[in-house]
Design a protein around this ligand. Sequence first.
Ligand code: PEP
Ligand code: MN
Length: 347
Amino acid sequence: MIIVLKRDATQEEVDHIIASIQEWGLEADISRGKEQTVIGILGDESVARNKPLEAFPGVDHVMQVQKPYKRASAEFKAEPTKIVIPPVNSKGREIVIGGEEIVVSAGPCSVEGRDMLVEIATKAKAAGAGILRGGAFKPRSSPYSFQGLGVDGVRFLTDVRAELGMPIVTEVMDTRDVELIEEYSDIIQVGARNMQNFSLLKVLGGTDKPILLKRGLSNTIEELLMSAEYIMNSGNDRIILCERGIRTFETYTRNTLDLSAVAVIKNESHLPVMIDPSHGTGIRALIEPMARAGIAAGADALMIEVHNNPEEAFSDGPQSLLPEDFAKLMQGLEKVAGAVNRRIGGR
Ligand code: PEP
Ligand code: MN
């Protein structure tokens, strides 16, 4: 950490800063330039990070040198993290997120019933989807919108999971539901709106299921990594980071899919990255090009919303692909995946 002093900082102020740094068990290294004087803090930066250094008289600003996240950082673990999901049953296969295969999770935005889920999942699996997604507890902007089928939705997901041998991912919104979702799902999703629900993140740190952590609507990549750090620091290091679009001034698309996040996270972290072009664009026609771009940028996984009757969907119909369009998209992705030495789904 580097403290840049004000030009008119007095010797008394400088001495007080240095004495405080030493009191915290750290070393201070002062360097006086012609224009500016700076104090370098040597030692465990996290100690100094918890002190209000900018409140000290004579301090102009403070710059951090070490990353605020540790366990999530690429420095902490050289090898990329692979998340292994064992076969659900004899009809299933092992899924590895972060390996050679680009894992595709597909399914409806909301679980609306058993029959629709069976139909969508059967077709998605045939097209190469490795994981079935579906919301049972839905985070809706309006309390009057469909809130999800709750426990019944989870039951339908587990039925289809057993029937098709497909692992499932579903969202948990409330700490009170963590036990239920942990028991029945293969991956627990934290939605964009809960990315900084720190109590939820800490509870999820105590579970032994992988966590799909979606980037918040207006959160930086560093904040996403810090949220992963919360879960890891509480004991669970199996996390998939998901870029699902952020809020910008652009209104053409529902969100702005930040593809640079894939490359940034790959540089900064060992955790696997998923791209969600469905919520990222909100527009059916843009899902395939953005899925391709995500793979080219280095994503390990995709999330695509698929519905057998988007016109009647309880949520996110406009961005949902018909199963046959999803199958075409999967075929089209093969070449792009091949170009970056990956392969799509179970193909
Ligand atoms: C979802 O994936 O079902 C969802 C609600 O997405 P997000 O949290 O990214 O809005
Ligand atoms: Mn949705």
